[in-house]
Design a protein around this ligand. Structure first.
Ligand code: PHE
Length: 341
């Protein structure tokens, strides 16, 4: 019995095999238990010899089982350590950190600069009614300026002959919404997405504008010029001259297109130096009809408005030649310009 079980214990390959040996030897129905039950039928003399012998055997088997169990556990741990080891001296995997898109960056910078000059941020919907996008801005139906806008129209249900909603073609409808909501005086900018059916190196069907609107008792074009020069100098980090050219917008009178000073050398544009000029925005004194549409009395209030291309000034600031690349989501491009790691 002793030989048999000590050999079986030493040969058990794993915990399950060992448990089987244990049950067969010292389990309730194991051979040693069986032999112990046999003690009852022996003479007292025999029992005195056999009893201690069986007890000693049971102890010996139990300690052999315990020793084997510990040895198996050690071996299992060794195997796991050999398999799962980790080389902490290996270099870590490179970690990609997210970054802010250049358009978002310029949007936020512009917002911060205008905030310093007391302009709050206003918003309006991107799907806009015909009235807010056109009529209220002094562009009644069949006004020629409407056709120039390459407008995206939303489809009305069959039989519904009200004018269709549009994807706003500019941020100017926010002027009207803010006048209606806040009255005068006011000073806001409205950055946001706008849409026109146009696509080439400097046009994408979706782009970004920031609208500006200031209304008070006696604001003039001089205030507008100061605000814009202040803005561009802060934005480009150096003094930037502006040039106002007489122009026409239905919603401003007088109107001006504004150029900023720049140099062109070797195909790269540098803002704030040289004697070249680059058009960056439309502006003017808010037309009385527009004030009326916004519920404001043109005899009491006047002010200026401007609309500037956010993508446009981002291209200038970062020297990016193709507007379309802003919206390609190409990480290689973003990395090239240092906008992603
Ligand atoms: N809404 C005009 C455009 O998109 C820009 C503009 C805004 C002009 C405000 C004058 C005043 O071209």
């Amino acid at each position: 019995l002793r030989e048999k079980y000590l050999t079986a214990i030493s040969q058990a390959a794993d915990a399950d095999a060992l448990e089987e040996v244990r049950l067969a030897a010292v389990g309730k129905k194991g051979e040693v238990a069986l032999a112990m039950r046999g003690l009852g039928k022996m003479t007292p003399e025999e029992r005195q010899v056999e009893g201690p012998r069986l007890n000693a055997l049971k102890d010996e088997i139990n300690s052999a089982l315990a020793a084997k169990k510990a040895a198996l556990e050690d071996a299992a741990l060794d195997a796991r350590l050999a398999e799962e080891w980790l080389d902490v001296t290996l270099p870590a995997r490179p970690r990609r950190v997210g970054s802010i898109h250049p358009v978002s960056r310029v949007w936020e910078e512009a917002t911060a600069i205008f905030a310093d000059m007391g302009f709050a941020v206003a918003e309006g919907p991107q799907i806009e009614s015909d009235w807010y996008n056109f009529d209220a801005l002094n562009m009644p139906s069949h006004h020629s300026a409407r056709e120039e806008m390459d407008t995206f129209y939303m489809k009305r249900a069959d039989g519904d002959d009200r004018p269709p909603h549009v994807l706003r073609t500019h941020t100017s409808p926010v002027q009207i919404r803010t006048m209606q909501a806040q009255g005068a005086p006011l000073r806001i900018i409205a950055p946001g997405r706008v849409y026109r059916a146009d696509f080439d190196q400097t046009h994408t069907p979706m782009f970004h504008q920031v609208e500006g609107l200031a209304l008070d008792r006696d604001l003039s074009m001089a205030n507008l010029k100061w605000v814009l020069e202040e803005f561009f100098s802060a934005f480009f980090g150096r003094p930037v001259k502006t040039r106002f050219r007489a122009s026409h917008f239905p919603f401003t009178e007088p109107s001006a297109e504004v150029d900023i000073q720049c140099s062109w050398e070797g195909g790269t544009v540098k803002v704030g130096e040289g004697d070249g000029w680059l058009e960056v925005l439309g502006s003017g004194m808010v037309h009385p009809n527009v004030l009326k549409a916004g519920g404001i009395d043109p005899d009491q209030w006047q002010g200026f408005a401007f609309g500037m291309g956010i993508d446009r000034i981002a291209m200038l600031k970062y020297g990016i030649p193709d507007l379309r690349a802003f919206f390609d989501s190409d990480l290689r491009w973003l990395r090239h310009y240092g906008f992603a790691s």
